[in-house]
Design a protein around this ligand. Sequence first.
Ligand SMILES: [Zn+2]
Length: 233
Amino acid sequence: MGFLNGLYDDFLSLLFPRVCYGCGKDLVRNEKLICTECYVLISRTNYHLQAGNPVEQLFWGRCKVEKGAAFSFYNKDSRMKQLIHNLKYKGVREIGIELGRMYAYDLKQSGFFEGIDIILPVPLHPSKKKARGFNQSDMIAEGVAGTAGLPVDRSYLQRVSKTATQTRRSRYERWINVEGIFRTGNSAAIENKHILLVDDVITTGSTIESCTSELIKTQGVKVSVIALAVAIT
Ligand SMILES: [Zn+2]
């Protein structure tokens, strides 16, 4: 059967060539979504091995983040940028799950998940989620959770206001712009929990800052954060 399945896959790939979502090259049998070369060459930050790394530094003096890390560099790695583009704008949800799984595998080796109780994907505003059909952070969180063996909560944290596009704003303006854009559910549900926020790309850190400020209002809550990529400027 394996042989026949293989033939069938080869036949299908003649009709519908499958290409890597990171580099566009043809995938070979057994490769799924991301080719082996991309898997190996995605430039890892390895920040999870470095206390006081640049992701954690981003929040110094802004809000208390226990641990912070990112899988790759957004602006230095065209493969990761391409993968995230295909996830967010081409609707290939499986990329989020797969990258989440890949990253969680590295994190798990280093004990990063120890002490963490629950995973919260950074929510999109409902209208944006409706337009896109899904929240990319939900997909990433799903992959991470499966490997980490942790539960995911998709309803506790909600985005209540849309913010204007932030790319042309100054750091200070961005900072004010994110105050109070998230709302939480019944705080008893997260009391004394260590929450892991999951996002796709960390740029200024203002979204994470806004989520964290809201979450740590609850007694005993700690927040850590991971993302698929960080845009270091
Ligand atoms: Zn590739």
